[in-house]
Design a protein around this ligand. Structure first.
Ligand code: OKP
Ligand code: ZN
Length: 343
């Protein structure tokens, strides 16, 4: 299986507010490097750089004004004389009257975000583009006839909605790839999100559409981030009704229950009969993950890959979360090896 990877992800390295203090984000450059090292050690296949794409390739999944905001946010922030990373700290929640985009960057940061988990520094935009371009290059390989590809994206994307960043995400790499697939003539596409966290951004982007089926298996939002999205009764709206499937599972879920959800996802996928499948591949479902609460083990990821292969659809894997840095390489690549029948 081909891997698409750019070292430009290193331009982005953020901070995180945790336990009342600022520290290094769990979402750090070593994550992608560990996965790349494992891709090479196992001989998964060739590794290529992403092609470049115009900014307009991100519009469709996102709004034009949001993409423009992201591209210019660091310069607007730095122009105020600040050299620290830009973080949003105020949000337009229920009851606040204005729906206007504020003029000042601090207001814009809140307008275009869901949380303070997506800091912006001088290199963030370049890293974010390289991540989205990796997913776009991957979908172009599928269009060219490949059975599968692995976009080793960093930063991740599935919490980024049509007009907002959050949860370490900026551009929704998986959604951008799915959207390109449709624009290039696919009638139906599916996105299957197996990251521990609900893919609220992907759900947001395709919620009113019947051409892109979104399925997410994740920690119950009653007790897990992102809390405000991911319940089973969120099924889509208008023409999209019935094309959004959330499969929330309790804390402590192990492979047997996770597998049952995967097979349920497979049944929904078969009814949709997509031309292509995009898998939002998070391995923060691992028992040792520092911020998540499922109990998958290293060998279980081989089985995840085997099951996905049996869906029988050309598949682009897009890297999302996974924070136990020493293990995420083995776990993520196990999914790909399982898909290739190398279990
Ligand atoms: C991104 B992805 C941890 C709080 C949670 C945000 C988690 C984002 C996960 N102390 N912060 O879905 O893996
Ligand atoms: Zn996650």
């Amino acid at each position: 299986m081909l891997t698409i990877y750019s070292s430009d992800h290193r331009f982005h390295h953020g901070v995180e507010l945790k336990d009342g203090a600022v520290s290094e984000s769990f979402e750090k450059p070593a994550r992608a490097e560990t996965v790349l090292a494992r891709v090479m050690a196992t001989g998964l296949g060739d590794v290529v750089s992403p092609k470049s794409y115009d900014r307009s390739s991100y519009v469709g999944a996102h709004s034009e004004r949001y993409v423009q905001f992201l591209a210019g946010a660091w310069n607007e922030w730095a122009a105020t004389g600040r050299t620290c990373q830009a973080l949003p700290l105020v949000w337009p929640v229920r009851g606040l009257p204005s729906t206007e985009v504020p003029q000042f960057i601090d207001g814009k940061l809140g307008f275009y975000s869901m949380d303070a988990g997506s800091p912006i520094n001088a290199g963030t935009w370049d890293a974010v583009c390289s991540s989205a371009n990796s997913a776009l290059t991957g979908i172009d390989r599928l269009s060219g006839g490949a059975r599968s590809a692995f976009a080793l994206c960093r930063p991740p994307g599935h919490h980024a909605g049509r007009e907002y960043m959050g949860g370490y995400c900026y551009l929704n790499n998986a959604a951008i790839a799915a959207q390109r697939c449709i624009e290039q003539g696919a009638k139906r596409v599916a996105v299957l999100d197996v990251d521990f966290h609900h893919g609220n951004g992907t759900q947001d982007i395709f919620y009113d559409r019947s051409d892109v089926l979104f399925i997410s298996i994740h920690g119950d939002p009653a007790v897990s981030f992102p809390y405000f999205s991911g319940h089973a009764d969120e099924r889509g709206v208008g023409p999209g009704e019935g094309f959004n499937l959330n499969l929330p599972l309790p804390k402590g879920t192990a492979m047997s229950e996770f597998e049952r959800a995967l097979l349920q996802a497979g049944a929904a996928l078969a009814r949709h009969a997509p031309d292509a499948l995009v898998v939002s591949l998070g391995v923060d479902t691992f028992e040792g993950d520092p911020i998540s609460h499922f109990r998958l083990r290293t060998a279980d990821y081989l089985r995840v890959g085997e099951i996905v292969e049996r869906f029988g659809v050309p598949t682009l894997f897009v890297m999302e979360g996974g924070y136990m840095v020493d293990e995420i390489g083995v776990n993520a690549v196990n999914v790909l090896l399982g898909f290739e029948g190398r279990a």
